[in-house]
Ligand binder design. Structure first.
Ligand code: SF4
Length: 433
């Protein structure tokens, strides 16, 4: 049987893993980034964004493909709320949660209430066969497409999974809900074999994903910083340290060994999800660290010769102007090497989604009109804060950043798009609430 794994727009790591497992089970597999497959076959769609659920091209493809006799199964992070996937995209079935085992059982047995971890429309409505059991993290090599070297996602050809789960409980994040809060680390020799396979296939730079990199080897409530250092050292020996990055780290998951390893075996950047300068908002977000702790982590990285980038989320429901100002003060104080700003997006199945549903539009900056300094630009409060924070962050980044008309307009266009994305996601939640 031929199987087509489609990962729209980019080769996600999850799609490569599923394609690898299906290939090793003896099926003829094609992995593509475009919505194309010959009629009558089986298509796995790997989807990671709520926006995928509202994508007209995807809906049309699935409708036409099924009408022509093909089967379409959907997996990936969107499967956290299967009724939304079934309602919006109408596939044959949704593979919920960790999809490795469910994908193979579906191929072998077809759709039935006996297949664990799937959802489909039965004669009496939606049938959900219960959560998939966690998959073993030891597995075959992923299916690495021959043009992987042409892919560039935040500077890397691919983000490889070194462990599953996150000890955190950030309210806007799917990782601990999807993979759990227990850390399951992959055997080092398997990870390095995979790194070699990516290199052989032409990957130029690899990045460590898995929520927060330094949790590799985490056991019994403790970091295993030697395991993390061994991981990066092994990756650097294969790829070269200038082609390895391990950017995503929690501010409370660092140590001298962790920071030295990042300095010695990677491009030397740390990326913290800082999110806010307000302790109340950080608490609301479930970050598990205060602004002062975040500041100490930034200083520690700098003392180890690392560059530090940070992400911030503005417009969290109920965030006040005074709390937003605390974020501006934080950015001014720590002058990060790079800053990424987004508007709080309520991902289905997260506590933020529940909060967004409970918050009236007037108290939700994603909907409330901005009446201050940028009133003439007709932005929402969240969009205005995102715009203002970008301009503010540029002032404090190292080097001279001149905001030309072109940059001003590009920021504005991006921010309007972000604002629209968040409102669409919230409206989709309301439809299924
Ligand atoms: S630390 Fe990162 S991966 Fe973990 S819950 Fe928070 S945002 Fe998600």
């Amino acid at each position: 049987m031929k199987v087509f794994v489609i990962s729209p727009g980019m080769y996600t790591y999850g799609a490569m893993v599923i394609a690898g497992i299906v290939r090793d089970a003896g099926y003829e597999v094609t992995l593509t980034r475009t919505l194309e497959a010959p009629p009558g076959e089986t298509v796995f769609l790997s989807l990671f964004s709520t926006q995928n659920l509202m994508d007209g091209a995807l809906k049309s493809f699935i409708f036409a493909y099924r009408n022509a006799g093909g089967r379409v199964y959907i997996g990936g992070p969107v499967s956290a709320v299967p009724e939304m996937v079934l309602g919006e995209l109408a596939p044959d079935a949704v593979i919920c949660g960790e999809g490795e085992a469910g994908a193979l059982t579906l191929l072998e047995d077809g759709i039935s209430p006996e297949v664990p971890g799937i959802a489909f429309i039965g004669p009496d409505g939606i049938v959900f066969t219960g959560p998939s059991p966690p998959c073993p993290v030891s597995r075959p090599l992923p299916f690495i497409p021959p043009d992987i070297g042409m892919q560039d996602v935040r500077g890397a050809s691919a983000y490889i999974e070194t462990q599953r789960g996150c000890i955190g409980a950030c309210t806007f994040c799917q990782v601990p809900r999807f993979f759990g809060r227990k850390i399951r680390s992959r055997p080092l020799d398997e990870v390095l074999k995979e790194v070699q396979a990516f290199k052989d296939a032409g990957a130029r730079r690899l990045s460590v994903s898995g929520g927060t990199g330094s949790l590799y080897g985490y056991t019994d409530g403790k970091l295993n910083d030697d395991a993390f250092a061994e991981l990066l050292k092994g990756m650097a020996e294969i790829m070269g340290s200038k082609n390895v990055s391990s950017p995503d780290i929690r501010v409370d998951c660092i140590s001298d060994t962790v920071l030295n390893a990042i300095r010695d075996y990677t491009i030397g950047w740390v990326f913290f999800g800082l999110e806010s300068g307000s302790d109340r908002v950080l608490h609301l977000m479930g970050k598990g660290a205060t602004a002062a702790q975040a500041g100490e982590a930034i200083e520690a990285c700098r003392a180890h010769g690392l560059h530090v980038a940070g992400s911030f989320i503005v417009g969290y429901p109920t965030e006040t102007i005074a709390e937003y100002e605390e974020t501006k003060d934080f950015i001014a104080e720590y002058a990060l090497d790079d800053v990424f700003i987004s508007i709080a997006e309520p991902i289905p199945g997260t506590p933020l989604a529940d909060l967004a549903l409970r918050t009236p539009d007037a108290d939700n900056p994603a909907f409330a009109p901005h009446m201050g300094e940028y009133k003439s630009l007709h932005l929402t409060e969240a969009e205005a804060r995102s715009f203002d924070l970008r301009m503010h962050a540029d002032l404090f980044k190292p080097g001279l950043h001149v905001v030309t008309d072109q940059i001003f307009n590009a920021y504005l266009a991006e921010i309007r798009k972000d604002g629209e994305t968040v409102r669409r996601a919230t409206n989709l939640l309301r439809k299924y609430a």
